[in-house]
Design a protein around this ligand. Structure first.
Ligand code: KIV
Length: 278
């Protein structure tokens, strides 16, 4: 079947058809190319690149310049999926003007087709202005990692009545402001199900159960690219960390034992030429 380029209209159509949406993060050209080839609907250049690619302990230090650098690489590797660029901490919180300018930079310089930003009703006036300016916006509610210092850690959100009511109100406000989609992170499944039922736009869950319109995972988590703590909501489809360490160990042994490079990896020169050199 011929593959089509995914746009925000495609996302709407897939939701209307009841086809679950798929999104994965990517941060570089090579990974974007592979994920795109596999057929994912959307690629998120998440600010999780702070943790995954840059080794920060949270997403807080990530800058606009870092987001732009990685977004450009992902866009170069993507042919079909809709690429969403993440707005980093403090790129939109201080003024609407700054937020609009930075969202514009992600589209104009980064080359992505939509942006994502964290927050509920408090950011809706900004979301409205972005949408009016022609920028497709993906919302993000629940456990919003840029606010980790306020939450006091990475905890499930919306378990108490007031917090659950706020999440419902935030989701409705984002839809009314013109967001085309909302990521819901670390929220109890039954609450996400209610929110999804109440909205016409799709919800994309991460740690939010199966009743969303779609799912997102960090690609390095899905591939098992590192050892150590794994959040409950992550399913590791492969354990590439062990594969990588194994392959590199074999290379080290081969070089030390003189087994690499062998004839098949080596260039030759005519003996005659060689003899005439000196
Ligand atoms: O930055 C990110 O990767 C995200 C996803 C986890 C939704 O925001």
């Amino acid at each position: 079947m011929e593959r089509k380029i995914v746009t925000t209209s495609t996302i709407k159509e897939l939701k209307a058809k009841g086809q679950p949406l798929t999104m994965l993060t990517a941060y570089d050209y090579a990974m974007a190319k592979n994920i795109d080839e596999a057929g994912v609907d959307m690629i998120l250049v998440g600010d999780s690149l702070g943790n995954v690619m840059l080794g920060y302990s949270s997403t807080v230090p990530v800058t606009m310049e870092e987001m732009l650098h990685h977004t450009k690489a992902v866009v170069r590797g993507t042919q079909y999926a809709l690429v969403v660029g993440d707005m980093p901490f403090m790129s939109y919180q201080t003024s609407e003007q700054l937020g609009l300018e930075n969202a514009g930079r992600l589209l104009k310089e980064g080359g992505c087709q939509a942006i994502k930003l964290e927050g509920g009703s408090e950011i809706c006036p900004l979301v409205e202005k972005m949408v009016q300016a022609g920028i497709p916006v993906m919302g993000h509610i629940g456990l919003t990692p840029q606010s980790v210092n306020q939450f006091g850690g990475f905890k499930v959100q919306g378990k108490e009545l007031v917090a659950a009511q706020k999440l419902v109100a935030d989701a409705k406000a984002l839809e009314a402001a013109g967001a085309f989609c909302i990521v819901i992170e670390c929220v109890p499944e039954a609450l996400t199900a209610k929110i999804t039922e109440l909205l016409t736009i799709p919800t994309i869950g991460i740690g939010a159960g199966k009743y969303c319109s779609g799912q997102v995972l960090v690609c390095n988590d899905l591939l098992g690219m590192s050892k150590g703590f794994t959040p409950k909501f992550v399913k590791k489809y492969r354990f590439l960390q062990a594969e990588i360490v194994g392959a590199v160990s074999e290379y080290i042994t081969d070089v030390r034992q003189g087994n690499f490079p062998s004839g098949e990896h080596t260039f030759t020169i005519d003996e005659e030429v060689l003899e005439k050199i000196y």
